[in-house]
Write a protein that binds this ligand. Structure first.
Ligand SMILES: Cc1cc2nc3c(=O)[nH]c(=O)nc-3n(C[C@H](O)[C@H](O)[C@H](O)COP(=O)(O)O)c2cc1C
Length: 321
């Protein structure tokens, strides 16, 4: 079984990934949040900042990962133009990456309206052109992360022959439509139908929030051996270990607190100014709050704090109980 951390733009950046993999096990790989495809001449080093090696970087080499488990990082590109995609992918290959993921799932109207992300799902011809360029890059494996469709669950039926025609390393499906955003339940029948059509290694992604949800999906899809988790991993950072039934005995509360304190300290080191640090931490708490169901009132106050001092004292109260 292989478990991946899903990309969450604004959340699972290099600081997050580094601190995460130094505290928690159970994880085999991660996809980084997307960067835009840009023509080589326009690509400033800053564009690749989240993916450059550096002190906070982790996942690529995994020095801090638990022994025996290597956490591989795969960068993700958002775009719809073959030349820009290939040039961006080549730059990433030059940084040492051997696999690149293509985002065909982003649901946001601003993105989809430009035929990017899930907005490209109704256009198999264009998908084929980008894959043609991407798969021609020597030494680079291409994977695709997609939804079932933009607004039509048959999009994936028309698209699958194009995906099957290219030597993709894997296909990751989040079984919702783009127009659903995150509403409604994942369409498991739609996933089953896509699985029946797909000749590549398939990864399931969507709404795995606890071990029971995972076990139910595993029972439903015995042929799937690779799973990707996003929001559930921030809600409960121990989820990968729990799924593998290898959560270390230690004190759960203490482990979550130590992780929080480490990530807070790391953001204070790398971000400029308290407002950015508070934004980051509030973003994490939007999901992490699920680990503290009895702390509704204090967590709501946390969303309103404006100083690091107030943040620290409220967070300490929640984390230390
Ligand atoms: C805040 C947020 C940011 C996301 N950013 C990305 C992204 O950069 N690339 C991508 O492919 N998916 C992105 N996603 C989608 C997730 O990777 C994942 O497919 C989705 O959340 C369903 O999985 P989950 O239920 O395990 O979270 C994002 C989702 C959220 C909620």
């Amino acid at each position: 079984m292989t478990l991946y951390l899903a990309p969450l733009q604004g959340l699972t950046d290099r600081v997050f990934r580094g601190v995460y993999s130094s505290h928690f096990g159970g994880l085999d790989g991660a996809i980084a949040p997307f960067i835009l495809a840009v023509r080589g001449s326009k690509a400033k080093p800053r564009h690749f900042k989240d993916l450059l090696p550096g002190p906070a970087e982790e996942a690529r080499d995994g020095p801090a990962a638990p022994p025996g488990r290597r956490v591989a990082l795969v960068p993700q590109i958002l775009g719809n133009e073959p030349v820009a995609f290939a040039e961006t992918a080549r730059t990433l290959a030059g940084l040492g990456y051997s696999e690149i993921n293509w985002n065909l799932g982003c649901p946001h109207p601003m993105v989809a309206g430009k035929q990017r992300g899930s907005g490209l799902l109704p256009f198999p011809g264009r998908v084929g052109e980008v894959l043609e360029a991407a798969c021609a890059i020597p030494g680079l494996g291409i994977t695709v992360k997609l939804r079932l469709g933009r607004s039509d669950p048959d999009d994936i039926v028309r698209l699958m022959p194009v995906l099957n025609d290219h030597p993709l390393h894997r296909v990751i499906i989040h079984p919702r439509l783009g127009t659903q955003m995150y509403r409604g339940a994942p369409d498991l029948d739609g996933f089953a139908r896509a699985a029946g059509l797909c000749r590549h290694t398939l990864v399931y992604n969507g709404d795995i929030t606890d071990r029971a949800a995972f076990e139910a999906l595993r029972a439903r899809f015995p042929g799937i051996d690779e799973w990707m988790i996003g929001r559930g991993a921030v809600s409960n950072p121990l989820l990968f270990e729990e799924i593998r039934a290898e959560a270390a005995a230690g004190d759960r509360r203490a482990r979550l607190r130590d992780w929080h304190d480490d990530i807070y300290r790391s953001y204070r080191e790398v971000l400029y100014g308290p407002a950015h640090v508070l934004d980051k931490m509030k973003g994490i708490w939007r999901y992490f709050r699920a680990s503290y169901p009895g702390e509704k009132r204090r967590i709501e106050s946390l969303a309103r704090v404006r100083t690091l001092q107030d943040y620290e004292s409220l967070a300490a109260g929640i984390l230390r109980g």
